[in-house]
Each structure stands twice: as structure tokens, then as C-alpha cells.
Design a protein around this ligand. Structure first.
Ligand code: BGC
Length: 371
């Protein structure tokens, strides 16, 4: 009886090994046998608790992993790179069998990921690509270029350059004054958001319909290191000085936190709260959705972090079981060492007109959250 069980076990192990070998997946190599990693510890490294979205991301991933029977170690690094590196080192020394990492600076994890690789620990890059390391197995995120397209499209609609159905508005003004902001230059996503937005705005800039009064149209000029609201506020204050009497029609902002800083600068710079330029955002964070409802911020981009968390968990569960996770993009996310197989999710533009349907009816927020 016992011998039979061992034989069966060996056979199952061989099948799992063959699967792992075929898929090229790293599921703990020899340990990829089904069930072997049941109850394993999974490390979840998140960048910061300063933004609601990352708190929700961390909690979603933790909850879903635990539902599947995994143990978790969830850490937030307070946007400090050495802290994140040492948190990941700790996860490895505590025996984590897989790592889910939303990096702060996508280029600073090369050494710690070497350690992970040496112990055959698979790594899933979460939302932000980890650059410069061959030891990133899979990546899940939203279609970041498309997020930028959506931000710019909503800016154009909000200002009245486009009609609600995306057509050129026959009643549009001749010229719109817009200032541009970009995200953190060390976050791989920031350039994708920017490219999507600028590709959408460029034709209007070329025609002279959109003017950037400060002339600061380069990513490097617009970028806000670490996505800090106070840095965005300072830059907006400086832009207002530069722009003098020019009244702004719009501000492209790539993240709700930056939009809050931008709005503060605008209101202290003389704009009335009910006559602000069209301001975009991202993440549909509670404070910013309230601001949208109040008619201050114009739009945000809703990214369902529950779906992203589920995707990351599916990836972990697959690799830890010697299976190949589902991906839907194998060309766009080159991290300088390899093209990382990715699963991209869709995002949605949120405005005052559809927040109820998109955010409340879907259960992402309750009515009370937004009061
Ligand atoms: C995320 C965005 C977020 C930004 C700031 C990016 O990497 O994709 O959703 O707004 O970081 O936290």
C-alpha cells in the first residue's frame, strides 16, 4: 500500500515536472509538483501606504492568496528603495516560495532578484514592471498606454474639444491652454501613460488648438518624482508664475494624488473651485471621486485593483503548481533584459456622469464611501 502510494506520488511528480519543463515555468523547479507548495509562504511587496490604491492592492492580493491556503507576508516600503530591498530579502530568508512585487524604482531590485533566482523563487511584477533584471517571470498590469490615451481623451472631452461621443466638437474654441504633468520617472508605467496621452494630444498641439503656455512639453520637465502631491503642487505654482495672466483650460494629470496638489495650487493661485480647468487623474481614489462629484476634478481612470489582485494570485498559484500562467501580451513589456510575459487588464474613464454606474454599482465603493 505504502509502496503504491510512493509510486503514484513519483508518477504525479514526473507529470508535474514534465509540465513545468514544457512550459518553461519556474515553479520552484524540482518542487513544482502539484500540492508540494500548498500552504507555502508568498511575499507581497508594495510601495507605499500613502495612496489608497496600494493599500487596496496589498489587501486584495493577501486575501485571495489566503483563500487558496497560502501564507502571506505583506510589506509596505514607505516609498523608500532600501526599505523595499530589505523587505524582499527578509521574505526570501523567511522561506517565501514566490514573490509579488510592486516596485518603487523599477531598476533597483536586480541584486535581490538574483538571490531569489538562486533559490528558484518565481517573481511576479505587480502593476509596475521591474526593469534591468532577467529574473522577472511574469507581469500583470493594466494597459498603461491605453490609460494615457484615456486621460488625454477625457481632457479633450472635458474641455469641449471633443464631444461626448469622441467627435470633433463643431462649437470648440480656437485655442485651449493646457499644462502637462507626468508620473515618476523611475516608474516604468509613467512613460507609457505619457506616451498614450501625448500621442492623443499631439495632433491638436500640431494644429495649434492646444497650447502649452509654459512650453514644458518634455516628459523630463513634466515628471513628478515618486508621484508626490506636494511636488506637483510646487510645480503647478511655478507654472502659474510662468503663465502670468494666461487662463488655463486644462491640466493633464496622470494620478489623483497629483491632481489634489495641482488643485491646491490653482485655488491658492486665484482659480475659483467651481471654475477650475479640466483636470484628469488616475485610480479613482475616494477623495478624488468626491472632488469629481463636487465638480472640481474632471475625470479619473478606474483600475479595478480587485481584478489585478486576482490576476496576480492566479499567476502565483499557476507557477507554484508547475503550470504556465495565462498571459495576453508578449511584446510590449521589455525590461531591458527580456520581454516579460504579461497579462493586461482594461481601465475605464470615470466622470461625474458615470461614477455611480462604474464605481458604486460595481461594488468598488459604497454610496457612503463617497459622502
Ligand atoms: C500606477 C498608477 C498609480 C501610480 C502612482 C503607477 O505605477 O500604475 O495606478 O497612479 O503608480 O501610485
Amino acid at each position: 500500500m505504502k509502496a503504491k502510494k510512493i509510486l503514484l506520488g513519483l508518477a504525479a511528480g514526473a507529470v508535474a515536472l514534465t509540465l513545468a519543463a514544457c512550459s518553461g515555468g519556474r515553479g520552484g523547479g524540482d518542487e513544482a509538483a502539484e500540492g508540494e507548495n500548498k500552504g507555502a509562504l508568498v511575499g507581497i511587496a508594495m510601495p507605499t501606504q500613502q495612496s489608497e490604491r496600494w493599500i487596496a492592492d496589498g489587501e486584495n492580493v493577501k486575501k485571495s492568496l489566503e483563500k487558496l491556503g497560502y501564507k502571506t507576508d505583506l510589506q509596505y516600503a514607505n516609498d523608500d528603495i532600501p526599505t523595499q530591498v530589505s523587505q524582499i530579502e527578509n521574505m526570501i530568508s523567511k522561506g517565501a516560495k514566490a514573490l509579488v512585487i510592486a516596485s518603487i524604482d523599477g531598476t533597483t531590485l536586480t541584486d535581490v532578484l538574483e538571490t531569489a533566482k538562486a533559490q528558484d523563487i518565481p517573481v511576479i511584477a505587480y502593476d509596475r514592471l521591474i526593469n534591468g533584471s532577467p529574473n522577472v517571470d511574469y507581469y500583470t498590469t493594466f494597459d498603461n498606454y491605453q490609460v494615457g490615451v484615456q486621460q488625454a481623451t477625457s481632457l479633450l472631452t472635458g474641455m469641449g474639444v471633443l464631444t461626448e461621443d469622441g467627435k470633433d466638437n463643431p462649437d470648440a474654441k480656437k485655442e485651449y491652454n493646457v499644462e502637462l504633468f507626468a508620473g515618476s520617472p523611475d516608474d516604468n508605467n509613467a512613460k507609457f501613460f505619457w506616451d498614450g496621452a501625448i500621442d492623443t494630444l499631439q495632433p491638436y498641439m500640431d494644429k495649434g488648438v492646444i497650447k502649452v503656455p509654459s512650453k514644458q512639453t518634455e516628459f523630463e520637465q513634466a515628471a513628478i518624482l515618486r508621484w508626490l502631491p506636494e511636488t506637483a503642487q510646487k510645480r503647478m505654482e511655478n507654472l502659474l508664475q510662468l503663465d502670468g495672466d494666461t487662463k488655463l483650460d486644462g491640466v493633464l494629470s496622470p494620478y489623483d494624488g497629483l491632481s489634489i496638489g495641482i488643485i491646491s495650487a490653482l485655488t491658492s493661485g486665484g482659480y475659483e473651485k467651481n471654475a477650475l480647468p479640466t483636470i484628469t487623474g488616475q485610480d479613482a481614489e475616494v477623495g478624488s471621486v468626491k472632488s469629481i462629484i463636487a465638480g472640481e476634478q474632471y475625470s479619473s481612470i478606474y483600475k479595478d485593483t480587485r481584478a489585478l489582485g486576482d490576476q496576480a494570485v492566479k499567476m502565483v498559484d499557476a507557477v507554484l503548481n508547475g503550470k504556465e500562467p495565462e498571459v495576453n501580451n508578449t511584446k510590449d513589456y521589455d525590461n531591458g533584459e527580456k520581454v516579460v510575459p504579461s497579462y493586461l487588464l482594461d481601465s475605464v474613464i470615470v466622470t461625474k456622469d458615470n461614477y455611480q454606474k462604474i464605481l458604486v454599482d460595481s461594488g468598488y465603493y459604497s454610496e457612503d464611501d463617497l459622502k
